[in-house]
Structures are given as C-alpha cells and as structure tokens.
Design a protein around this ligand. Structure first.
Ligand SMILES: [Fe+2]
Length: 171
C-alpha cells in the first residue's frame, strides 16, 4: 500500500481512499488494482498485461492511451544510475506519466500548483497517473527495484523537460 506524505504540512496518509482523495485535489489519480486471475510478479510481460487487461483497457479509454508495456529495473540493470539521474530532478512531460506497480517500490514527488510538495511511495498494486505538465521527480527506494506497467498516449511525448528549480534538492 502506498504512503503519502504532504511535506509542508508534515502529514502522512496510509489509507488508500484518503490517499486517492488527497491526490485528486491536485489532479493526480491513485487507484488500487487487483489482477483478474493470480499472476506472479515475475511472469512474462504479456501475462502481466493480460491479468490487468480490464483495468488497462478502461484507462486507455479514459485517458487516450494507445500502448502499454512493462518496465523492469533492478540493481543489476546496466546504466541504472544514469537512467535515474534523468528523472530525479524536477521535470514535466507533454503526456501523462502512468505507472501501475507490479513489484518493488518507487518514490514520486509532486510539486503542486499551490506550492505543496507531495511525496508518494508506491508499491505492488498501486496505480498512479501524473497528468501532463505536472511538476514531479522520481526515485527508486532502497531495494532499487521496480517493475511496472506503463501506459502511453504517444511515447515521443514522454521526454523530461527540466525546471532546474532545485526544489528537488530540498526534500
Ligand atoms: Fe517523469
């Protein structure tokens, strides 16, 4: 289950419904998904996508996503630190960043338009949708592992634009 921390209020939320409503105030979607049938978290990507096809199709319809894939990152991934360095500074994208976590953990920071900084740690079963244009940054957690379904409106849009605000350095 995810953990949401609102940094400037020093408030931590662990209840899924409360997380969803707190994030919805900032345009961020949070959901818990269950597979249609049991699937191992190390199953091949096609099996993972199949187990969550109902939710994926619903989300595609809602958000105009055209493709879905499965990414897999672990401590042995070549170039991991270079990859992380692209996303751990404040940035935005021209398309939504949508992740459903299969295994491992991820740490998103959202810099909301009201100035609040929200930190959300996601794990297996958590879906997060960060709308296009939202200022955010991403890190792995101590396990340096994440396996996740990604959905894309257009893969070309998923390029980081950096703010260079350095807000990310204060959290
Ligand atoms: Fe991003």
């Amino acid at each position: 289950m995810a953990v949401l921390t609102i940094l400037n209020e020093d408030k931590t939320i662990t209840n899924a419904q409360e997380i969803a409503s707190a994030l919805a105030n900032h345009g961020i979607d949070y959901e818990r998904w269950k597979p249609s049938h049991p699937v191992s978290d190390d199953a091949p990507p096609e099996e993972i996508l199949n187990a969550y096809s109902r939710e994926i199709e619903a989300l595609k319809t809602r958000g105009g996503y055209v493709t879905a894939d499965v990414i897999d990152v672990n401590p042995a991934t070549p170039g991991l630190d270079t990859m992380l360095a692209k996303f751990n500074r404040e940035h935005w994208h021209d398309e939504d960043e949508v992740r459903f976590i299969i295994a491992g953990h991820g740490l998103f920071h959202i810099h909301a338009t009201n100035g609040a900084v929200l930190r959300i740690e996601v794990e297996a079963g958590d879906l997060i949708r960060v709308p296009r244009g939202t200022l955010h940054w991403f890190n792995l957690c101590s396990d340096r592992r994440i396996r996740a379904i990604r959905l894309f409106q257009d893969t070309a849009g998923w390029t980081p634009h950096y703010t260079e605000s350095r807000v990310d350095e204060t959290t």
